[in-house]
Ligand binder design. Structure first.
Ligand code: ADP
Length: 490
């Protein structure tokens, strides 16, 4: 095993994911599947590394009427028949994207359906279609890199059905875990219908042998968690979702690589979506963004009132309830907040309830709007992330890049990307450990105190903006991992 990047020869990597920015994005997975391949390509200008990305051809992508090229038809055997589909391709940022179409994908308009079973068939169909791609393209696949439960079945099925005459003959497999609790519940019927046999791994609890993510985790040659801290956390009862015992048996194959962001796509000095561009030499310009955003949402601008935001999936994971309760506890202090998110209806309503309770302080915007998220990162002083768990988290990185300091729970990737001034050195954020509104409120107060000292705040902002969260280092770690897998298999 090596930790260094060596010269490598013509490495072929197939990325398979449920979403990839800029074609489709519902959350951090889309950011990663869109930007990691670009960063890998940048390591050697794509000379010795060829990456192809496959995603489902959702109706939302079809509606964009992009200049796609038809590549091939295909069929998948199911019990009592066949399901047919088509493959299209398009090149974006010098990368080849393959769009898999078929009835199980076209049946629903949303990227993710609220009905487990329909999502199950969609992603089982997609995973099996991805396994046909190398043969169709006559393209040797050295590394099959799957992400989360949606594509985990591909790794499992490849292991169970490896065929010596195909372009997948020596393929090594990697699965990146972005969110362990989402395992593909309710997939059993779809797996049986598509002739996918259960995992035979005896260390896997019986309940998990017909669930896509555990099947992929059992079959993969390498498991990557999206931060070093999350890689350790998933081996424990608190975060292991009852797979910790099994994951411990695979511990030597588990590693953590922190996700990165694309510093060009997220650049306050050139972002066309924000009101006034700024950089660390012109930090005063940031204030114009705050004034503009507050005006947009009919909130008064007050000189020493910090603006705290949340931009998030509305999910219990994200600790939205903790933030709402914590904000109530410090209602006597001056602050304003804008909450942006969609998801769990009850949490959406709770955000709206806070807005009604404190109309002079709070706005809750229940929608998914990337441009608005950019205006918020540019305008805000504080990013609230009281997550119960956070495998990596990207929002804190975007926030810091835009001079907005995170108040976050010390878990997963938040630990690996935020340093707190409490630790001694000046740091670009504030961390707390206990999952309770009081700890969150106390930490917000700590942030407000720092905000009141403009020199302290400015030096923290400058430190945050100077942090390198680009993919470069992480992409190199992925490349080393690919190389080690290939060398082992020789
Ligand atoms: P997760 O992947 O768990 O949802 P991350 O912090 O890794 O969380 O990534 C969330 C991504 O989704 C960020 O790019 C964030 O800006 C974006 N995002 C989340 N909710 C919204 C929303 N309602 N509108 C726009 N962007 C959003």
């Amino acid at each position: 095993m090596t930790n260094e990047l060596h010269s490598y020869d013509n490495l072929h990597v197939l990325f398979i994911a449920a979403e990839a920015d800029p074609l489709v994005k519902a959350g951090g997975l889309g950011d990663v599947a869109g930007s990691l391949p670009v960063a890998l390509n940048n390591i050697d200008d794509g000379k010795n590394l060829e990456i192809k990305i496959a995603i489902p051809f959702y109706n939302s992508i079809k509606q964009k009427n992009l200049p796609v090229t038809k590549v091939s038809d295909f069929e998948i055997d199911i019990i009592g028949g066949k399901v047919s589909g088509e493959i299209f391709s398009i090149t974006i940022s010098n990368l080849s994207f393959y769009l898999i179409s078929g009835e199980p994908i076209a049946r629903f308009d949303e990227t993710y359906s609220s009905d487990f079973r329909s999502d199950a068939e969609k992603f089982v169909f997609f995973s099996l279609a991805c396994l046909q791609l190398p043969d169709i393209l006559k393209w040797r696949c050295d590394i099959l890199h799957a992400h989360d439960w949606h594509t985990a079945v591909a790794i499992h099925h490849l292991k169970m059905n490896r065929h010596p005459s195909t372009y997948l003959e020596n393929t090594q497999t990697v699965i990146t875990v972005h969110n362990l609790p989402f395992m593909g519940t309710g997939s059993e019927d779809a797996l049986r219908q598509y002739n996918v046999t259960p995992s035979r791994n005896k260390n896997l609890p019986a309940w998990a042998r017909e669930l896509p993510l555990p099947m992929g985790l059992a079959a993969a040659d390498q498991i990557v968690a999206v931060s070093p801290t999350y890689a350790k956390e998933i081996l424990t009862p608190e975060f292991g979702c009852d797979l910790q015992g099994f994951l411990q048996t695979r511990q030597s194959k588990v590693t953590g690589i922190l996700n990165g962001i694309d510093p060009e796509l997220w650049n306050p000095s050139s972002d066309p979506a924000i009101f006034s561009n700024f950089d660390s030499s012109h930090l005063d310009e940031k204030l114009k963004n705050k004034r503009a955003l507050l005006k947009e949402f009919q909130l008064d601008f007050e000189e020493y009132t910090p603006l705290a935001i949340m931009i998030t999936r509305m999910d219990r994971q994200k600790g939205i309830d903790i933030a709402l309760e914590g904000l109530r506890m410090i209602n006597d202090l001056p602050w304003q907040t804008i909450l942006l998110g969609t998801g769990d209806k009850r949490l959406e309503q709770e955000c709206k309830a806070l807005e009604q309770e404190m109309p002079e302080k709070v706005r809750a915007i229940i929608t998914f709007d990337t441009d608005l998220s950019r205006r918020m990162y540019a305008a805000a002083d504080i990013m609230m992330m009281p997550s119960r768990y956070e495998p990596c988290g990207l929002s804190q990185m975007f926030a810091m890049r835009y001079g907005c300091l995170p108040v976050a729970r010390a878990t997963g990737g938040l630990v690996d990307s935020i340093t707190d001034p409490k630790t001694g050195s000046i740091g670009p954020g504030f961390l707390f450990s206990r999952i309770d509104p009081r700890s969150f409120a106390q930490t917000m107060k700590r942030a407000f105190d720092a905000y009141c000292s403009s020199s302290t705040w400015k030096s923290m902002q400058l430190e945050a903006m100077s942090r390198d969260f680009s993919w470069q280092r992480s992409a190199e770690q992925y490349l080393i991992l690919y190389q080690n897998l290939i060398n082992q298999s020789d």
